[in-house]
Ligand binder design. Sequence first.
Ligand code: RP5
Length: 170
Amino acid sequence: MAEFVTVDGSRVGVLMGSASDWPTMEKTSQTLSKLGITHECNVISAHRAPRRLEAYCSTAEDRGLKVLICAAGGAAHLAGVAAAMTHLPILGCPMNAWSTDGLDSLLSMAQMPKGIPVGTLAVGSAGAINAAIFAAEILALSDDVVREAVLTFRSEQSAATFELPGAPGH
Ligand code: RP5
């Protein structure tokens, strides 16, 4: 069996520490798909499979990936360790895993030492979705098709937030 799953043409790699993170990170994948961004998803724990993580990170740029999104809970070291292994931008998604409503994950991910940044998003689904949008916004800097997708997404979102079903005048 291959060490990890690759998808041809992927520009974003979504990593998670456990399959138990998938119900949240599926929203990242869905949002990336909505924005037309080819991506690949893998479970690669920094603690349980450190050598696989190194193999993934050290080949990521050569395989065409531009951004990695890393989700983990508890002692959430995945994003930080990935950031130590590649200069690609790392977005971190703290999971609400099993204690402290995800505060443990948030602090583990956000409190990186200077020199090795992780762009940490909010705990749970909001962060998972925002990580996908943030990755798209990074890609949009050099890709007009993604830029159009991001602008369309934002404009549809603006229209949707104006609606108040059942309220007078709506
Ligand atoms: C972390 O521990 C994972 O990212 C997950 O959020 C949490 C629990 O993992 P499991 O014990 O469910 O595999 O490493």
